[in-house]
Write a protein that binds this ligand. Structure first.
Ligand code: ZN
Length: 337
């Protein structure tokens, strides 16, 4: 007989809010094709099938425009080559339909808007292609939308709350172009993604955006004091916008000394206790991690372990379903229609 976790997992619309597989395939010189790769990639068609993931927010570019165009081509090709397996989702209804049809809905996600140059027209074209989620930055540095956390990382020790506050006073927030991007995303129906943004940019964008924003992949600073973690005031502000944060499966985002599924659950529980069950989901970052990473769960074929852990942690059915994808789907519906 199926366990409660298995039933919930099978019934849920599962949304993984961040996946880097196509970009990794491109950078390794492999075909950008989920049907053609195997180990050491975390993801391939068989594992994605096994995962039960309904919607995969899929990296289609960051800083390089030509790379982005090639990634778009790879994404859009999937439903043509594998019509029984993949669709490209442009609206929430496409994700719901994919669930019914047992297909995987790919959602175009920029990991940075730097590849746009300073062109809002390019952003509009990407929207036509299917762009529905846009990270403002991947931490490129001073000449882009903001000061990069990575660039500043050598100056500040982000592992203490005090240092994090000091960083907030030093960094620049959203630039003029960044503001234009947020407004254009709002008008086109693209979800603004604040993962990788520095804290000033994070708050600037939330204040400016008329729609909920997301933080697709990262961690909870209170449990794992990593610079890619959200502090409690950020989680509150994101939730107040109606937004959702995705916990990533990267071990260094889970716990500094002893990463485990339980520590990942501590993060989920922390967000639920802080702002309620409507503002947390998963953003695995599969295939976006360093080669020595040990993600938990190790690959999407074992995603059921995440659901089992949610159930073990004592969350009710409704909360488990929201965390698995209901929350990100709600924002997708609200922003993209
Ligand atoms: Zn990332």
């Amino acid at each position: 007989m199926d366990t409660r976790a298995e039933i919930l997992h099978r019934q849920a619309i599962i949304v993984d809010a961040h996946n880097d597989s196509l970009a990794r395939m491109r950078s390794k010189g492999d075909p950008m094709d989920f049907g053609a790769v195997d180990e050491p990639y975390h993801c391939n068609t068989a594992r994605l099938r096994e995962s039960g993931i309904t919607a995969l927010f899929s990296y289609v570019g960051s800083t390089d425009l030509i790379a982005s165009l090639e990634l778009w081509q790879a994404l859009l090709r999937h439903p043509e080559v594998y019509p029984d397996t993949y669709v490209v989702a442009r609206h929430a209804a496409d994700i719901c339909q994919a669930k019914q049809d047992r297909r995987i809905a790919l959602v175009g996600q920029l990991e940075s808007c730097s590849c746009l140059g300073k062109s809002l027209g390019a952003l509009e074209l990407f929207h036509r292609l299917g762009l529905r989620v846009a990270n403002l930055t991947h931490g490129e540095g001073l000449d882009r939308h903001e000061t990069s956390l990575q660039v500043d990382g050598s100056v500040f020790d982000y592992t203490t709350a005090d240092a994090r506050q000091a960083m907030r006073r030093e960094v620049r927030g959203l630039t003029e172009f960044g503001r234009d991007v947020v407004k254009t995303c709002n008008s086109l129906g693209i979800i603004v993604d604040l993962a990788h943004a520095n804290d000033r940019t994070f708050f600037d964008a939330l204040e400016l955006s008329q729609q909920p924003c997301i933080f697709s992949h990262g961690c909870v600073f209170a449990i794992c004091p990593h610079f890619r973690g959200l502090m409690d005031d950020q989680i509150r502000a994101l939730a107040a916008s109606g937004g959702v944060m995705g916990v990533a499966f990267y071990h260094r985002f889970i716990h500094q000394e002893a990463p485990s599924m339980d520590r990942l659950m501590d993060q989920v529980e922390h967000v639920v206790n802080l702002v309620g069950p409507e503002h947390v989901g998963l953003g695995s970052d599969y295939d976006g991690l360093p080669d020595d990473a040990v993600p938990i769960p190790p690959h999407p074929g074992r995603l059921i372990e995440f659901t089992e852990a949610l159930v073990r942690r004592g969350f009710d059915d409704d909360t488990v379903t929201k965390i698995l994808g209901g929350n990100f789907l709600r924002v997708f519906q609200e922003v993209c229609g």
